[in-house]
Design a protein around this ligand. Structure first.
Ligand code: ATP
Ligand code: MG
Length: 567
């Protein structure tokens, strides 16, 4: 069965609007024909699938137009940032298939330059030291429809601001005593222009600069300047920064020198996905409350989680390219990502057989000593993958779910008196159902048709159902983890007055013991991806050994959630 990805954004399939802007800039010789982008994560969490959109966009724009793409950590808030996040982010960008140009950059590389720039703004009477508290600042700022109230320190003499700012840097004051603010326009309809804060005092250890600084620049003051210092030409960011753009430009107006590239901020819609929470704050909450085992739990929407889940990076890139780049906010169905995961694995994964809930089958007319060993192809999508040997015999196991004692009319698998085809094997007919004292079905006694090997019979009869099986003597026990979606609601964080954690899927992780797999699986190296026929895509985990089989499920074979959504 072929799945169809949902018909998704018709928007801009041809050339995204950012490519159009870049082409236009190149035509006009803007910035001397230079093209440079950057991916600017804050190291306060692991990267998630939303970041993948930004990464793919920034790196592919640079590649496509022969430009460069930097990796820059926006590390201006020492309280929330950690070295381990810096490491994981680099690992994830590389895993996705991208390599940044030049060394890794940090906003903290520019602390001195930013400080000098702040001094210049004070000297030009465009910044001042303010003594309002952060709360008072927002109170004075007022509402967009009415002008704000100027700070009583707005007209502090330049020399005085310079002196206090200098002492702020030297550590003379406690946190909160002073702020440095830009002097722009307290009546601007854009709240970000109402004398934004540039620096605040923070006596905190920074993951890179240690205790060298005790004043830290605000994000807005650091970001555009970092772009400028690095020669970034196209600063691509998500739509919530659109209202910051006048401020971004105001700083550049006061800083940029002729002859150097001047960055342009361009906003695009962030990726939102159903059945997913994407904010780092919420993901951190899942980690801290131990709902998941960590940021890289296979159920997390983080890139490291998806890597541990067995999602191929190619699938994530294909997904991101498919959803495109536009300025309209929308929510992408999680099943679209799962579709690309399956599509990639379908092409690359060899096939094996396993039964998750074994039910014994004895073929009463198959000679007890007879064995039939024969090759079966590993991947119908890729003949070069080769073959493995199957071993047919009198005693087999099938999956309990493939038998029903009282089946409905349209049931095509095994039932009393019914005939089914065994994958790569023979037709069998169920003659007798053996039960234990409690009435549980413990064994099926069947007959096989010796002429039906390969799916054809002497009389040309066809059966509708094909099921997988394993050889009772040769099959190997396996422990399997089945991962599923973390949330069972399409918008876990979209419910008023309800906590997103109320919508966790209680079945997002299930352990299955005593599964049986065909012997070839035992020999697979760890982290080998394959399909268990009719069951899903799996891989051998880190703890997998030939004598102790451990498998994780990456995905089911088709969208098992589609039906639930409709009902
Ligand atoms: P969050 O809101 O999840 O905490 P953030 O925007 O604070 O994320 P950053 O580390 O600042 O995270 O993001 C780095 C880059 O990735 C930014 O350019 C940001 O715009 C982009 N980005 C973050 N989330 C998404 C998303 N969901 N879709 C597209 N781009 C995103
Ligand atoms: Mg951010």
């Amino acid at each position: 069965m072929k799945e169809n990805p949902q018909a998704e954004p018709a928007d801009d399939k041809r050339n995204n609007f950012i490519e159009t802007i870049i082409e236009e800039d190149l035509k006009n010789g803007k910035n001397g024909g230079a093209i440079q982008t950057r991916f600017p994560p804050e190291p306060n969490g692991y990267l998630h699938i939303g970041h993948a959109k930004s990464i793919v966009l920034n790196f592919t724009m640079a590649r496509k137009f022969g430009g460069k793409c930097n990796l820059r950590f926006d590390d201006t808030n020492p309280v929330k940032e950690e070295e381990r996040y810096v490491q994981s982010i680099q690992e994830d960008v590389r895993w996705l298939g991208f390599e940044w140009d030049g060394p890794v950059r940090y906003a903290s590389d520019y602390f001195e330059e930013l400080y000098q720039f702040a001094l210049r703004l004070i000297q030009a009477d465009k910044a001042y030291v303010c003594e309002l508290t952060a709360e008072q600042v927002s109170e004075y700022r007022g509402v967009p429809t009415r002008p704000g109230k100027p700070s009583p320190w707005r007209d502090r003499p330049i020399a005085e601001s310079l002196e206090i700012f200098h002492k702020m840097r030297k550590g003379h004051y406690p946190e909160g005593q002073y702020l440095l603010r830009a002097k722009i326009d307290m009546a601007s309809p854009n709240m970000h222009m109402r004398d934004p804060i540039l620096y605040r005092i923070r006596h905190a250890e920074h993951h890179r600069t240690g205790s060298e600084w005790c004043i830290y620049p605000m994000y807005d003051f650091a970001h555009g300047q970092g772009d400028y210092f690095e020669g970034v030409t196209h600063s691509l960011c998500t739509l919530e920064f659109e209202v910051h753009r006048p401020l971004y430009d105001w700083f550049l107006d006061n800083l940029a020198e002729p002859g150097r590239p001047r960055p342009q901020q361009i906003e695009f819609a962030r990726l939102n996905m159903s059945y997913t929470v994407m904010s780092k704050r919420k993901l951190l909450e899942l980690v801290e409350t131990k709902v998941v085992t960590g940021w890289d739990d296979p159920r997390m929407p983080t890139l490291s989680g998806m890597r541990n889940r067995g999602y191929p990076p190619e699938a994530i890139r294909a997904f991101v390219e498919r959803i495109g780049v536009a300025r309209r906010e929308n929510v992408i169905d999680l099943s679209l990502l799962e579709f690309f995961v399956r599509e990639h694995l379908n092409k690359t994964a060899p096939r094996y057989m396993a039964v998750l809930h074994p039910l014994k089958v004895v073929l009463t007319n198959y000679p007890p000593t007879q064995a039939h060993i024969y090759p079966a192809i590993l991947n119908p999508e890729d003949p070069s993958a080769g073959e493995r040997l199957l071993d047919f015999s009198r005693e087999l196991y099938i999956d309990r779910d493939d038998f029903m004692e009282n089946p409905p009319k349209d049931y095509f698998r095994l039932a009393p008196g019914a005939e089914v085809r065994l994958r790569y094997g023979y037709y069998i007919t169920c003659q007798e159902v053996v039960k234990d004292a409690e009435g549980n079905v413990v064994e099926l006694r069947c007959t096989y048709d010796p002429d039906s090997f390969g799916g054809t019979t002497a009389d040309g009869r066809k059966v509708k159902g094909t099921i997988q099986w394993v050889n009772a003597k040769r099959a190997r026990p396996a422990t399997i983890r089945l991962f599923d979606r973390l949330f069972n609601d399409p918008t876990p964080d979209g419910h008023k007055d309800r906590d997103f954690k109320e919508f966790l899927n209680p079945d997002s992780l299930k352990y299955l013991h005593n599964c049986l797999v065909e012997p070839a699986v035992a020999k697979l190296p760890r982290f080998t991806h394959f399909q268990l026929e009719r069951v899903g895509y799996f891989f051998t985990t880190a703890s997998h050994r030939a004598d102790e089989i451990h498998l994780d499920r990456t995905s089911t074979l088709r969208d098992s959630w589609a039906k639930q959504k409709k009902s």
